[in-house]
Design a protein around this ligand. Structure first.
Ligand code: HEM
Length: 399
């Protein structure tokens, strides 16, 4: 049993008191992660998190790790064909992959999606309205997760009828019930993507996949495996995260009715409100982790070669050394230099899309559904058991 139990019931009710204790008593601490069945170092102070995410002595590339670490942290070999992507690469390989992808993942492509995102949001809410009867609905199910998967499918060019399968696969990825399900998911997802890419090669169109196939820099292109891994990463990184940003926004605003009223009265505060949600309840609580390639002294602490180190983004965002009254939810907070999207070379590539989707979704809900409210006592709600995601188990609302 860890001295700081981030996996027990109290953490599902509210992890912040445990993280506050870690910041003050053991800001860089080695814990045992029961999900991985392996140790990991957790860094909780804002200043240390910033330092860590910019420190190139920590690698994300598992091929550079000693065999013992690979066995401990990367047990599902079926995922190997899907992990040749930038989140698991170090510079210069990372720089190469990221610049090729940036050619296709342009701000203009994101902006062009705005009207379609608003249309999808309204359509999903109308559908939910028709089927909900007189009781409440689980907003996570009927809306928050449905919107990003629709947006991603359109962005990538995946047919609508394949969306339920996408949803099932990414749910397993975010919170694997067991290794066997993860293995099965990896194989099925891989087969699907390989076949889909083949179709696009034969018949390119105006979607991101066709743009990724065509992306070229100084004669260099993405290989077939890199392309498949890239699509997998976009789906894996963009679905649960954005769904939880939408749900966490609704949860935070309903918990703070004065802030909700302020946003309704002043819709121009929308962007700043989303930034405060990203700080207050960031959908990604921990980075995926990085590994020192030799015994490494970090802020006075020696971290042995190959042991995983994660940055607690949730904790950093609540560090009183950085944020005044961090437990106060203030939609006009400024400055607000949260780390919800990470930092350094791996800063989230999809941040503009996530911000756009959440703004559109929250705007429609808040301005067009004036009776939006919790359908039950919010103290019954629990944070999900998950390795990276900070999201609720369910979000029952009425409107
Ligand atoms: C609110 C929603 C989102 C949050 C909170 C979020 C958060 C993050 C974080 C913390 C990282 C760094 C992880 C690490 O260093 O271990 C990251 C990386 C990444 N994210 Fe996001 N993300 C979100 C949405 C998206 C979306 C919508 C996409 C794309 C469709 C996306 C694509 C990526 C990619 C490709 C990376 C890897 C970047 C690199 O390695 O250079 N994310 N994200």
């Amino acid at each position: 049993m860890n001295h700081f139990d981030l996996w027990g019931e109290p953490a599902h009710v509210d992890p912040l008191p445990i993280l506050a204790r870690m910041r003050s008593e053991a800001p860089i601490v080695r814990l045992f992660d029961p999900h991985q069945g392996a140790p990991e170092w957790v860094v909780t102070r804002y200043a240390d998190v910033v330092e860590l995410l910019r420190d190139n002595r920590f690698s994300k590339d598992k091929r550079k790790l000693p065999p013992r670490s690979r066995e401990m942290y990367f047990r599902v070999s079926e995922l190997d064909a899907l992990d040749k992507h930038m989140l698991f690469a170090d510079p210069p390989e990372h720089t190469r992959l990221r610049s090729l992808v940036a050619k296709a993942f342009t701000p203009r492509r994101m902006r062009d999606m705005q009207p379609r995102i608003a249309e999808s949001a309204r359509w999903l809410l109308r559908e939910a309205d028709e089927t909900r009867g007189s009781g409440g609905v689980n907003l996570l199910e009927v809306f928050a997760f449905s919107l990003p998967i629709t947006v991603l499918a359109e962005l990538i060019g995946v047919p609508l009828e394949d969306q339920p399968r996408f949803k099932a696969w990414t749910n397993i990825l975010a919170a694997p019930p067991d290794f066997e399900s993860l293995r099965r998911m990896a194989v099925e997802f891989q087969e699907y993507l390989a076949e889909f890419i083949q179709r696009r090669r034969a018949e390119p169109c105006d979607d991101l996949t066709s743009a990724l196939i065509a992306a070229e820099e100084q004669g260099d292109r993405l290989s077939a495996v890199e392309l498949m891994s890239m699509l997998f990463l976009l789906i894996a990184a963009g679905y649960e995260t954005t769904g939880n940003l939408i749900a966490n926004s609704v949860w935070a605003l309903l918990k703070h009715p004065a802030e909700l009223a302020r946003l309704r009265a002043e819709p121009s505060l929308l962007e700043s409100a989303i930034e405060e949600v990203l700080r207050y309840c960031p959908p990604v609580k921990n980075t995926i982790g990085a590994y020192p390639l030799a015994d490494t002294k970090f802020q006075g602490q020696v971290i042995p070669e190959g042991e995983k180190v994660v940055a607690s983004l949730l904790s950093a965002n609540h560090d009183p050394e950085q944020f005044e009254e961090p437990e106060r939810f203030d939609i006009t907070r400024s400055p607000n230099k949260h780390v919800a999207f990470g930092l350094g070379p791996h800063f989230c590539l999809g941040a503009p899309l996530a911000r756009l989707e959440a703004s559109v979704a929250v705007d429609v809900l808040v301005q067009e559904y004036p009776r939006l409210a919790f359908a039950e006592d919010p103290s019954n709600l629990r944070w999900r058991e998950a390795v990276f995601i900070h999201g609720l188990n369910r979000l029952p609302v009425i409107w």
